[in-house]
Ligand binder design. Sequence first.
Ligand SMILES: [Zn+2]
Length: 307
Amino acid sequence: MIRYTQKTVAGIVSIAGVGLHSGKRAKVTLRPAEENTGYLFINKDINNPSEIPALFDKVIDTTLATTIGVDGVSVKTVEHLVSALRGLDIDNVIIEAEGGEVPIMDGSCAPFVYILKKIGFREQRRYKKFIMVSKVIEFRDGDKFVRIEPSKNFEIDFTIDFPHPAIGKQHIFFRFSPLSFERDIARARTFGFFRDVQYLKSKGLALGGSLENAIVLGEEGILNQEGLRYKDEFVRHKVLDLLGDIALLGYPVVGRIIAYKSGHHLNNMLCKELFENRKDFRVVEYLEETYLPMLSDNFVMTERQVL
Ligand SMILES: [Zn+2]
C-alpha cells in the first residue's frame, strides 16, 4: 500500500557561496528533522540562536530577497532554497545558516536540487498534510494580482509583462510535480537591470550581485555571455519564486494560483489573506492509497481534516 507520508533529508549536507546582500561568504547546512517540523532556520552566527520557522508570518522584508526573522535574529535570501525543498517535495529540514543569509549560488534552485538529490530523502511515518483551498482568494495591487482557487492539483499560471526587448510578455502554465519542477523551473535564474544593480551597490546593497548569479539586463539585451537557459527563463524564475513564497504557508497546497506581474510582496500578502479567512481552506491528510496528489490525476476524496 502506498502511503503519502512526510519526507526529510537522508543525511547532513552543506553548501557555501556568496551572500547576495553582503557579498561575503555564506553557508547553509541541512540536517534531517522530525515529522511536522517544516523548514526550520537557525542563524549560527548568534551564540544562543533562536529557531526561525520558514513561515509567511515570519517574513520581515521582501526587498531584494525574502528575509525571515524572530526576536531580532534573521536569515536573508531564503526563497530559492525553500523553493527547492518544496519543489522536491521535502517536508522537514533544519537549516543552519552562517553569514546571515543563504548563499545565492547561481541565482536559481539548481545547486540546491543537486545537493538535495545527492544526499537523498527519507520517508517518515506520519502522513503529509496539505492545504486544500475551497474558495477563490485574491490579492491585488494596481494592475498586479495573485489569486488562488480550488483545483485537484497544485498549478501555477503566471504572466509577466516587462517593457524590455529581452523579456516582453511571457506566460507559463505549470502543473506541479517534482519531476517537472526539476526539469522546467529549477534552473531558471533570477534577473535584474544593470542600472538597478549599479544603484543598489552604490547604496551598499546587493553587494554579491553579479553575472555569476543573475541574468543582468542592459538597455538592449542581456549582458550574460552564455545566454539564457530557457527562452522564457524570466517567467520560469517567477514561478520558482512563487513556489518558495507559497511554501511559507507551512504545507504544500492543493489549488491553482493565477499570477499577473506578482512578486514576493504580493505573494506574501496572499498567504496572509488566506490565513485571515480560515474557513476558506482546510488542512488535510490523504488516506486513500490510490490518490497521490500532484503525482497523478486519480483524485479520490478520502481525506481526513486535521486542522
Ligand atoms: Zn528569485
